[in-house]
Design a binder for this molecule. Structure first.
Ligand SMILES: C[S@@+](CC[C@H](N)C(=O)[O-])C[C@H]1O[C@@H](n2cnc3c(N)ncnc32)[C@H](O)[C@@H]1O
Length: 175
């Protein structure tokens, strides 16, 4: 199962930091890549590719395609679409069905108000609590549940540097 994240509504420069954090969280918690919809942000792409080069893995980042065509293409290919929203069904109630469902998963997070038809286009509207929270925390918690915590100690191939867990201080190995 491939898992990609679709980030809708990225505004340059206002969302630079939070969209970077969406991408870093997606990568660290096990997604295969992220699509930034509608706008091309080369600086963001370079930042994420630089992290991936140093910390490893094969994370993909793509930007500029309209969000609707990404979703339609994803569904045509047999994948399903999960929209994270405070208005959706509680994560604990739906996560088993999502995990068992066939096909690749596209996890959608917004920035400001998302287009209304997204709620209909999504196969699942999933709430990480029914309270407004950050898209970064919603995504991190969702992926952690999807992968049943397995990504918390995962390692990445082809890294240039690797953090060695330590009780105090910082240990980094050059590989
Ligand atoms: C800061 S919120 C903005 C929400 C916006 N005010 C609206 O009404 O759609 C940005 C994104 O975070 C995600 N989000 C916020 N709270 C959430 C929650 N409780 N569960 C799941 N996702 C959430 C959604 O993807 C949302 O589009």
């Amino acid at each position: 199962m491939k898992v990609f994240v679709l980030r809708i509504g990225h505004r340059i420069p206002r969302d630079n930091r939070i969209t970077t954090h969406v991408c870093l969280t997606a990568r660290a918690l096990g997604a295969d890549g992220v699509y930034i919809s509608d706008v091309h942000d080369q600086e963001l792409i370079d930042t994420i590719n630089s992290v991936s080069k140093r910390f490893g893995g094969a994370f993909q980042i793509d930007a500029g395609r309209p969000w609707r065509s990404t979703i339609n293409g994803w569904k045509r290919a047999g994948g399903s679409v999960i929209h994270l929203t405070a208005y959706g069904m509680p994560l604990p109630k739906v996560i088993d069905r999502i995990r068992r469902s066939p096909g690749d998963k596209l996890v959608v997070v917004g920035a400001e108000k998302v287009p209304g038809d997204l709620y209909e286009l999504a196969d699942w509207n999933v709430a990480v609590t029914s309270q407004p929270i950050s898209e970064v925390s919603a995504l991190g918690i969702f992926l952690d549940w999807l992968f049943e915590h397995s990504r918390l100690e995962a390692s990445f191939s082809n890294s240039e540097i690797r953090i060695v867990p330590s009780e105090h201080g910082k240990t980094v190995l050059t590989t």
